[in-house]
Design a protein around this ligand. Sequence first.
Ligand SMILES: Cc1cc2nc3c(=O)[nH]c(=O)nc-3n(C[C@H](O)[C@H](O)[C@H](O)COP(=O)(O)OP(=O)(O)OC[C@H]3O[C@@H](n4cnc5c(N)ncnc54)[C@H](O)[C@@H]3O)c2cc1C
Length: 440
Amino acid sequence: MHIIDGKSYDLIVCGCGVAGFTAAVQGARAGLKTAVIERYGMPGGILTVGGNNDIAQFFAHHKQVIRGIGWEYVTRLAEAGYAVIPDKMADGPHWIYGVHVNIPAAAHMMDMMLTEAGAELYYGQPAAAVETEHTEEENGILVTGVVIASKEGLRRLRGKVFIDCTGDGDAAIYAGAQYECGGESEDGFLQPGTIRFYLDKLDLPEDVKNNADRILREYRNNGRMDPTDVRGRTMDTMLSARGNNIGHVSGFNGADSDSRTASEVAGRASIYRLMNALKDAGVPMDPFPPIEVIAPEVAVRESRRILCDGYMTEEKYVSGYEYPDAVCTSFYPIDLHRHGDNGIRQTFLTDGQIPTVPLSALIVKGISNMLVAGRCASGDRLANSAYRVKASCMAMGQAAAACAAVALRDGVTLRQADLEKIRTLLRQNDAIVTAADVTD
Ligand SMILES: Cc1cc2nc3c(=O)[nH]c(=O)nc-3n(C[C@H](O)[C@H](O)[C@H](O)COP(=O)(O)OP(=O)(O)OC[C@H]3O[C@@H](n4cnc5c(N)ncnc54)[C@H](O)[C@@H]3O)c2cc1C
């Protein structure tokens, strides 16, 4: 098969969701010739394409516990009027600390910050394969290039260090990494995904809302809707969420293409059932139901966790353990969505804990020059249900790129990179590395 020879880079970031975005910005700002590969035409992943415009959470315990490039990003968006940053002194449930962004501006700001930093963008070009050779140095795999599917054909980009930020760990898997997916759970299923729909902002009369609630209940009971279609939502709560994070698409594996295809079909069928219910409830049609746009795919909560040298555990997460090689902080409750409509298993961190992420949980086991960051980082599934949130993914992306930068500058492998130099570089870029950096 013919593969076009493309450019060579110091750093190649695969996937430009929130983790890939900060990784590419940090890499380029540290002087690395950086490429970022994204399968869609839009950066942002679940934040933008997936339609979940909430970034949780930079604040906890009335303090700022995550900063860095992710924080710069939301601050710039807020200054431009496209993000709402909550009051860190507010009291309330964890979700009040999410930063809400406007999706088109959020994607544009990523384009701007990436290009300002000098990263080269490969949008609409999925990573389709990875080329490797054996390395004696660490008795493992050396990744030499990534093959992307471009409009011109398959194209090879060569790199010195690779960071997999695909959410599902695709690039790491192509390179031969080991992984976990699911595991011990109460019900044996992966967590459900959710397909975002965009519900018009309607000011519905009370009688129409009441009728819609009655129809939704009735249709759930008589099987015309699935209980997971809107879960327990009422018309009022759906209108205030505007279709964000409503239904569950359950029983699928987002890291299995056949299963994923089935989930897309199921997700759209779920929205179709909802639209029919709204029609039957007398919600105004103009000329269609007030849902005309949906996300292009089901957003995946859980898939592969790539095995790295280190591994984050729930126990250490909820106790706010400081790993000796901590490179960033994370914050969220343990938040495992159960199969179907069976609620969420949660553990809250209410005693001042600030969990950390060890560098070793980002360096892919058995591969000498690949890191992972974001949802596919290494840990158990309960820890993953917390560290997968966006502000934490942003912190991980930045930390992974800082490791790449120090290793390449010093001409050493990722595992030999000087931890204190990595931390210094991160702090120079406004990141919080450990709880000791949390001041206010
Ligand atoms: C329904 C839902 C609701 C959520 N709610 C919240 C919330 O309210 N607040 C919060 O903070 N977090 C929330 N989360 C969690 C959070 O959004 C994600 O875990 C986080 O965005 C993951 O970031 P990431 O960068 O690791 O991955 P992603 O955002 O998934 O980004 C991965 C990127 O890689 C690209 N990609 C994938 N494969 C390839 C490939 N082979 N080649 C090239 N590119 C590829 C994708 O297109 C994507 O852009 C939610 C998640 C879901 C699914």
